[in-house]
Write a protein that binds this ligand. Structure first.
Ligand SMILES: *[C@@H]1O[C@H](CO)[C@@H](O)[C@H](O)[C@H]1NC(C)=O
Ligand SMILES: *[C@@H]1O[C@H](CO)[C@@H](O)[C@H](O)[C@H]1NC(C)=O
Length: 401
């Protein structure tokens, strides 16, 4: 009987095998990814097993380095989209193409600043500057700002959080105008995002988007247009540009534009601007009603489509602003944390899955050749095994219990 009895899991293999499985699954998991799983996960693939990430970069990582920065690099660097790749396929299968001669061929690295600007302390429960931040108690804006930081780390851009002073007589959001101007003095490109704005594909570099959206040498800034709704129109009947996501390129003219924008409420240059100090849409209305009409050379301000750089899928019924590349969660800030999780899990999952299958000989136990008899597992006769094949799936349902 003993020879026919099912072997308990604990004695299926040598002890060391289990230790190894455990080790792979614990803290050095990422290391394991790199040194054990990297080659097969991200080596060139055949067409039939093409993943949704067509690029598999050969990445070398420092040995014995378990810093969070290396972990991030280990997760994203192998599948970063090249800055001048001819096309990009989104998760819906839609293909976006670059113009034939894209301007940006190399990574911009630290010439790019990803900047958060806020005048609040953000030290409360679930807020970013609090020493303790729990995943299940995180405030939405913490997720947003952490995702900006993560995006910068993944691509090697600079990141700053600027704790801005307040204007005494203006609504809080005005501070982003002079602060963006300051940031542009130290970097060639800045990306400012409100804390409810996120890049949807962290592996898609900013340079690719600059190519796609046509950042020209003389462009001052890029912003997305707001949804086609009455409150989003300026006095001349044009739709506002949303100042929650701004990519700006430094130049003398950019500095001058930001200066005029920040000084708009003084009414020295723009009569009637003062009431936007406190009235909605504040600095956005000042830009929309005055500044944009002064900076209106063809390449000065690039207007990005609402569908690509504004809104989120929840906002589909708001003029189709679904945030294909850049999401702005003005409909439901509650989804920000889930979105941050998605932007990790959509990359982490294929890796852990790869590891699972690759290591399967160590943890998949095939007990199909036994039959259950009360509490015992008894090895089946060849005839029983043949019959089993016929009855396959009889008492099971797909993914059910
Ligand atoms: C990746 O780079 C290493 C070191 O340069 C090299 O030995 C290895 O063959 C490369 N692998 C692939 C798949 O190109
Ligand atoms: C995207 O570009 C790559 C590289 O140039 C090419 O092989 C691929 O066929 C293109 N995909 C589509 C859908 O155009």
């Amino acid at each position: 009987m003993s020879a026919q009895t099912y072997t308990p899991l604990s004695s299926m293999g040598p002890q060391s095998r289990w230790r190894r499985v455990l080790m792979l699954a614990m803290v050095p998991m990422f290391c394991a990814f790199i040194y054990y799983a990297y080659e097969s996960s991200f080596g060139p693939r055949s067409k039939s097993s093409q993943s949704q990430y067509p690029y598999h970069n050969n990445v070398s990582l420092p040995e014995n380095d378990l810093s969070m920065l290396t972990v991030l690099k280990a997760l994203y660097a192998p599948i970063l989209h090249p800055v001048d790749a001819a096309n990009f396929t989104d998760e819906e299968g839609n293909v976006y193409r670059l113009p034939p001669e894209p301007r940006f061929r190399k990574k911009l690295g630290k010439r790019v600043l990803i900047v958060d600007i806020d005048s609040r302390p953000l030290t409360g429960d679930g807020q970013l500057m609090n020493k303790e931040l729990k995943w299940n108690a995180m405030r939405p804006l913490s997720s947003g700002m952490l995702s900006h930081y993560m995006f910068a780390m993944i691509h090697g851009y600079d990141y700053k959080f600027i704790r801005a002073p307040d204007y005494e007589d203006r609504w809080g959001t005005w501070v982003k105008v002079p602060m963006m101007r300051e940031a542009l003095k130290t970097h060639d490109y800045i990306v400012f995002m409100d804390s409810d704005v996120m890049f949807h594909y962290p592996h898609l570099p900013l340079e690719w988007l600059l190519n796609y959206w046509g950042m020209a040498k003389e462009t001052l800034a890029m912003m997305s247009i707001d949804p086609d709704e009455p409150q989003n129109y300026d006095a001349k009947g044009n739709r506002y540009l949303n100042t929650g996501f701004v990519i700006a390129q430094n130049s003398k003219r950019t500095q001058e534009m930001y200066k005029n924008w920040a000084e708009c409420p003084s009414e020295v240059r723009y009569k009637g601007c003062a009431h936007w100090k406190l009235d909605w849409a504040h600095e956005q209305a000042a830009f929309g009603n005055y500044v944009r009409y002064e900076y209106n050379r063809p390449n000065d301000i690039k207007v990005l489509p609402c569908a690509e750089a504004n809104g989120a899928p929840e906002a589909a019924n708001r003029g189709g602003c679904i945030g294909i590349f850049v999401r702005h969660y003005w409909v439901d800030k509650g989804v920000l944390s889930k979105t941050l999780a998605d932007s990790v899990m959509q990359y982490f999952l294929p890796r852990i899955h790869q590891l699972y299958l690759q290591e399967s000989k160590n943890h998949i136990i095939d007990a199909k050749g036994f039959k259950l008899d009360g509490a015992e597992l008894v090895e089946m006769t060849p005839e029983e095994k043949a019959k089993l094949k016929e009855d396959e799936g009889k008492n099971q349902k797909d993914e059910g219990f």
